[in-house]
Design a protein around this ligand. Structure first.
Ligand code: FAD
Length: 116
């Protein structure tokens, strides 16, 4: 089994990237300033140009073209991102994730306090 000091493969890179993106969305402001919105749009639009898995980047870029990013606030952004991740899950034959549970997964943890 590969361990941490090997270069990341596309699966490890994917998990790390989704962790970054979902966590960033979970803590994005409820009412972002125009500058915060513009920065979030830049971050999202940079992924298809820079993500170092070219077919992943191309498909994501196509999906973002068809579904304009919702940078209006953290609830909308979290949902938009969940839906985009579900598109990738479907493509890879994985289960889709219930987008009502993004805060539980990425911000609050389960109500049983097991993440506290
Ligand atoms: P991941 O899909 O990495 O998910 C990590 C965790 O996120 C899950 O354990 C779950 O708890 C949670 N989660 C799952 N779905 C959602 C959701 N919809 N919303 C919120 N949380 C969720 N791999 C390819 O082989 N081909 C591709 O074309 C491809 N495109 C990608 C495009 C992007 C932009 C990114 C960031 C990654 C892409 N990947 C692609 C990688 C792929 O999505 C997975 O990250 C990788 O296969 C590892 O999967 P995993 O099962 O560990 O969980």
């Amino acid at each position: 089994k590969r361990v941490g000091n090997c270069p990341p493969d596309s699966e490890e890179l994917g998990r790390a990237t989704w962790t970054f993106l979902h966590t960033t969305a979970a803590y994005y402001p409820e009412r972002p300033t125009p500058t915060q919105r513009a920065n979030m749009l830049s971050l999202i639009r940079a992924i298809p140009l820079l993500y170092p898995c070219s077919h992943c980047a191309d498909d994501f870029g196509q999906d973002v073209k068809e579904h304009a990013p919702d940078v209006s606030g953290r609830a909308g952004l979290s949902r938009w991102l969940c839906e985009r991740h579900n598109e990738v899950n479907k493509k890879l034959g994985k289960d889709t994730f219930d987008c009502a549970r993004t805060d539980e997964r990425w911000k609050d943890g389960p109500s049983d306090g097991s993440c506290d």
